[in-house]
Write a protein that binds this ligand. Sequence first.
Ligand code: GUN
Length: 307
Amino acid sequence: MRIPKGLVLMAAKIIDGKKIAQGIQDGLKKEISALGEKPCLAIVLVGNSPASETYVAKKLQACKELGMEGVLVRFDAGVKQAELENKINELNADSSVNAILVQLPLPSHINEQEIVTLVDAKKDVDGLCLLNEGKLFAGIRGLYPCTPLGIVELIESVGKIEGKHAVVVGRSNLVGKPVALLLLAKNATVSICHSRTKNIGEHTKNADILVVAVGKPKTIGAAMVKKGAIVIDVGTTKVDGKLVGDVDFEAVKEIAGAITPVPGGVGPMTVAMLARNVLAAYRMQKEEAAGGKRAGSKKKEYVEDLQ
Ligand code: GUN
């Protein structure tokens, strides 16, 4: 393409999630080595979907690199609801386990909501039990979902949230709803779009911050994005063996002010926030065991305080 003389094309800043996640993990590694013991995360994996296998392998790898214990509890895809519930109860009662994550999605015969609700709130590093969801809703201390926490970090690496119009596309319990609540707590004006929203582009093109989490490639094209917007792409779909997001990256990067790539944007941040939540859960448990006194760090970084 010939670029007319004098015309300056301003492509978006590419937000390097890998680098930001690495910085966070470097800090966590130091904090963990100072503990003198290893916080322990148990991951429950049902079946062997390639995507879940990949995510779980990354989470276990991060545990290893950061000096934490990662325990994989596997069930085959035909596991019964009661068997899974018994295991969650067992992990809740096991004082050597500080954190529990049930990799989602679960097979359709399992009641997923019942399973995530059963995880002890103090060990619930996915932030999906009702108590932690309620705490996020109310804006008080708790463990919050990892991907939304990572998204907020990515946005804040390039700009301010307060006073901005944030549009979230997608309303899942894992990403859409909690990220909307976190952005609201940070004083954004938040709109949520979903599969029944009419003319999604009419909403998204007014967004200063656009978060897209629907799992459908090319949901967002250039005409749906405001010039200079911060665009966070949460989608991960395999197309012809390649991982792609929900945003038409090549087109939108010419319009946006900043944009996350897929892969290398949100994904690594989910893992870093999981590690942060495991350390938070560990500290909360130590604090409680010591009669309410906070263990270790004087910083209040370890759980989000939204008020
Ligand atoms: N599957 C995809 N993302 C996630 C996540 O953040 N947590 C869990 N438990 N399962 C997932």
